[in-house]
Design a protein around this ligand. Structure first.
Ligand code: AMP
Length: 395
């Protein structure tokens, strides 16, 4: 019988999961990938094996995240037997200043992670609900939390600083950075993909529904565009990115919005959706002709190019630019626009390589080499989980 590490990524309406196996002498290998979507509306379980063959595609009776984990546990038992899951790795978006690396979960850790819910209201509650449910539905299986913030710890003090009074800073007000599992994965594969830039100055653009940039020096994060919460930096699907804090004061004082209304506005109604009034989805917007859709795309590119300039200043110049996540991996148009805006850095795009998704999308003359590298946060979580639980050597 094979033994597996289960990776869970729980969101507000979906539970995504991957099952990894570790054949003797090899690295972690994907065995199955699936999700329960439509939690709370019309939930459906779909699972494919590593080759894309359908293993399950069925309606399930699931009302919330707890029941989704229960349905997944039942499916795993029916397909793989009772004791095949050796460990569970969870994506947890916020680890605060306390959790600087993957951590084995227990009641105490869970309690501390609950205190961080207000800092990531869109993600953290669902991440924690999946952990609680897994303790109940897969009892005895050790669980590990892998944080989106951890990879950024160790940044210079000025990069983490929020310039407010000291007592507030000591109470935890600092820039944390997110998408760390994605950046850590990219940093881990760069030595194979492009040894030339792996040890030098690289900006990674994680452009998906959530979007951010990370400045890597010698494979380590030295700055990033997301800060105290996942609202800062680039324009995102429904989040505005960097905003004059005076705007937030005006929403409260001038427009008399409530805390809940402002939170909803900032996390769910702004960004691409807010600008266009049409969609939060880049693919949709690229297919539309309305000027509002065009403006949303233009602003997305403008902010990305502007922040690349800022991080290039932090790094003292750049040697490489890497695109990843849904938009970064799949949209030649957005990559083209961003790369053109980075011409002043010496980046010259290879148009046909870009259309073919690279992996290298810059010309041989380009001073900055540009790449498309698919991210794999789940594999990163499986590696951490295996290592921490002693399931196997690092893959
Ligand atoms: P993620 O959050 O990483 O899954 O990325 C989701 C985003 O990627 C959405 O805005 C999608 O519209 C976008 N996306 C996926 N495929 C494409 C594509 N072919 N062209 C443009 N955007 C895409």
């Amino acid at each position: 019988m094979n033994n597996y590490a289960l990776v869970l990524n729980a969101g507000s309406s979906s539970l995504k999961f991957c099952l990894f196996e570790r054949p003797a002498g090899e690295g972690w290998r994907l065995a199955a990938r699936g999700q329960i979507e439509g939690i709370g509306t019309s939930p459906r379980l779909s699972v494919k094996d590593a080759g894309g063959e359908c293993l399950a595609n069925q309606d399930v009776s699931v009302r919330d995240g707890h029941e989704a984990v229960e349905a997944l546990a039942a499916w795993l038992r029916s397909r793989y037997g009772g004791s095949s899951v050796l460990g569970i790795g969870h994506r947890v978006v916020h680890g605060g200043s306390r959790f600087v690396g993957p951590t084995i979960l227990n009641d105490q850790v869970l309690a501390e992670l609950r205190e961080l819910v207000p800092l990531a209201p869109l993600h953290q509650p669902y991440n924690l609900a999946a952990i609680e449910a897994a303790f109940k539905r897969l009892p005895g299986v050790p669980q590990v939390a892998c944080f989106d913030t951890s990879f950024h710890r160790g940044q210079p003090a000025v990069a983490e600083l929020i310039p407010l009074p000291r007592d507030l800073r000591y109470a935890g007000l600092q820039r944390y950075g997110f998408h760390g599992l994605s950046y850590e994965y990219i940093a881990s594969v760069l030595p194979q993909v492009s040894p030339r830039i792996a040890r030098s100055r690289v900006i990674v653009a994680h452009l998906g529904s959530g979007a951010s940039l990370c400045a890597l020096k010698d494979g380590r994060s030295v700055d990033s565009t997301l800060g105290f919460t996942a609202l800062d930096g680039l324009c995102m699907g429904t989040r505005p990115g960097a905003l004059d804090p005076g705007v937030v004061l005006h929403l409260f004082q001038g427009l008399k919005l409530s805390v809940a209304e402002v939170e909803n506005l900032l996390y769910k109604k702004s960004g691409l959706l807010g600008i266009s009034g049409i969609s939060n989805d880049m693919r949709d917007l690229l297919g539309r002709t309305e000027p509002e859709a065009r403006l949303a795309v233009d602003y997305f590119v403008y902010r990305a190019a502007k922040e690349i300039g800022a991080l290039a200043a932090v790094l003292g110049g750049i040697d490489g630019l890497v695109f990843t996540a849904g938009i970064g991996e799949n949209s030649p148009e957005i990559r083209q626009q961003i790369c053109r805006a980075c011409g002043w850095l010496g980046l010259e795009l290879d148009e046909s390589a870009n259309l073919n998704h690279g992996p290298e999308i810059s010309t041989s003359r380009s001073k900055v080499s540009a790449w498309v590298i698919p991210t794999n946060e789940e594999l990163m979580i499986a590696r951490h989980t295996g290592l921490l639980l002693g399931l196997a050597k690092a893959a």
